[in-house]
Design a protein around this ligand. Structure first.
Ligand SMILES: *Cc1c(COP(=O)(O)O)cnc(C)c1O
Length: 417
């Protein structure tokens, strides 16, 4: 509302699109995690949304972190008070200099899925605790990783023999069922494979003590995924006294926590001109009525936060946030079929090819988008000179008190100052 007023008062940039991050959602997801998977320690996948307040809150809540680069490792360690043992370097294909940097920073746990990686780790961080990332069925997910990462099981004995020869300490197994997993039953097969690899480890003379079940957790299917996982772990790893189980959730923690507000900066609608219509019969002929009649242009697009449409295969659903300065939109408002576009000069910059929006919607009104926390602003570019949208934070209603006390206790311990 404030943004609308400032925009009306010609405040420069007042109409800029912005995120609202509700940290209580992150907190709630953590509580859900602890309730459903009490035995599995989450290592938040930083790449999903490296927001500093999210990282700080999760650090204060005791989560670990899955980092994939020097930059992510620095970002986590720079918070202060996070022991490097709370980081897993979960990128199976790292530059040698990154391996050396991890050694210097005390980040010892790292994944591999090929022999070259073992040679690099032996050179750059011989004391590392290495984890073999195995291939699992990722066909039931939005973003499959199997074409790029994961050792097929038949290759694992050879890799373990090579690790022995190089004197490396292999401590466990990891996998990733694919990001945005929509069929949680795949976890059963993944855990079965992990069990097989634990047995291969035994044969190679290792006693594995780490089982990393990766990410892929969807908000909507979380309880179901947790039940499948728990059952599979009980079945294949009945004795867990010497085994630590961790996971690398990303999307699950942040997707719902961020919403985006975008301003309608332009509109293309047919001119309603009876004189012209009389001249040109073709124009009056009722056009295909389910085709978008009005195009709205907003100030964030697929080169910005909505890169999730291209890279993360998302479909977004705009809703009216405010119209003519009011948050109240009557359900009886007449609607028409519309399309929504980003601000750049590229025609690929389409946010929503077809949706219904109120006919009275105009330049200056605001659209809202939910579930914009995962794989959005972290991959946004400034193509065409459009800045990445800012974030406004709230601790939300429920849980606000807990969040404040968790963060205050973290700061009192001398962390993150
Ligand atoms: C991206 C990624 C994750 C996070 O996946 P989500 O589906 O967001 O939970 C976890 N681990 C690794 C190795 C990843 O590459």
């Amino acid at each position: 509302m404030n943004a609308s007023k400032l925009a009306a008062a010609h405040e420069p940039d007042a109409e800029k699109a912005f995120f609202v991050a509700d940290l209580s959602q992150v907190y709630k997801q953590h509580m859900r995690w602890k309730a459903c998977l009490p035995e599995i320690q989450p290592f938040y996948a930083v790449k999903c949304n490296p927001d500093p307040y999210v990282i700080r809150l999760l650090a204060a809540l005791g989560a670990g972190f899955d980092c994939a680069s020097n930059g992510e490792i620095s970002q986590v360690l720079n918070v202060g008070g996070i022991d490097p043992s709370r980081i897993i370097f979960a990128n199976p294909c790292k530059a040698l200099s990154f391996v050396r940097n991890a050694a210097k920073k005390g980040v010892d746990t790292m994944t591999f899925d090929n022999a070259d990686e073992l040679y690099k780790i032996a050179r750059g961080h011989p004391r590392a605790k290495v984890v073999v990332r195995i291939l699992t069925d990722d066909s039931k997910s939005l973003c499959a990783f199997g074409i790029k990462f994961g050792a097929p099981l038949v290759t694992v004995p050879g890799l373990l023999a090579k690790a022995r020869e190089l004197n490396l300490d292999v401590v466990g197994v990891s996998f990733h069922v694919g990001s945005g997993c929509y069929d949680p039953t795949v976890y059963t097969d993944a855990i079965r494979r992990a069990r097989a690899v634990f047995n291969m480890g035994k044969e190679a003379g290792y006693t594995f003590k780490l089982l990393d079940v990766g990410g892929g957790f969807e908000d909507r299917l979380f309880e179901q995924a947790a039940a499948v996982l728990t059952e599979a772990i009980d079945l294949y790893f009945p004795d867990r006294r010497e085994i630590k189980v961790i996971a690398e959730p990303g999307r699950f923690y942040v997707s719902k926590a961020f919403r985006l507000a975008a301003h309608i900066i332009a509109r293309r609608a047919p001119l309603i001109d009876p004189a012209a219509a009389a001249h040109c019969q073709e124009q009056v002929a009722e056009p295909n009525s389910d085709q978008p009649k009005v195009m709205y242009y907003i100030n964030d697009g697929v080169y910005g936060a909505f890169n999730c449409i291209l890279f993360d295969h998302q479909i977004v659903h705009p809703y009216v946030l405010s119209m003519k300065g009011s948050f109240h939109i009557a359900s009886s408002e007449p609607q028409h079929v519309s399309s929504v576009w980003g601000p750049t000069c590229d025609s690929i910059d389409c946010v929503c090819p077809k949706t219904t929006l109120p006919s009275a919607l105009q330049v200056g009104d605001w659209l809202g988008f939910d579930n914009m926390g995962a794989y959005t602003s972290c991959a946004a570019s400034q193509f065409n000179g459009f800045e990445v949208s800012n974030v406004i934070y709230t601790a939300g209603g429920i849980g606000a008190g807990e969040i404040r006390s968790v963060l205050a206790a973290f700061a009192d311990d001398g962390h993150g100052l």
